[in-house]
Design a protein. Structure first.
Length: 76
């Protein structure tokens, strides 16, 4: 995209943001800034490890007792 078209597009977006009425959800913003989650507490989210990778996760987990044994075997 040429510089003229790019600038025109940016100007259009800036005007849209400036003049469009926006309803801000301040409660949601506050939760986000505090680090609170709005989703289901039973939901494991993106930190959940798929079942087929659990053995690798245990092997490389620094807090796991198995991780130290696996590291010792590698260095021999």
């Amino acid at each position: 995209m040429g510089r003229g078209r790019q600038k025109a597009k940016q100007t259009k977006v800036a005007r849209d943001l400036k003049y469009r009425p926006v309803q801000t959800d301040f409660a949601s913003l506050e939760r986000e800034l505090r680090g609170e989650s709005a989703h289901d507490p039973d939901d494991q989210g993106h930190d959940a490890i798929p079942d087929n990778y659990l053995d690798l996760a245990k092997q490389y987990d620094p807090d796991s007792a198995d991780a130290g044994a696996a590291d010792d075997e590698k260095h021999r």
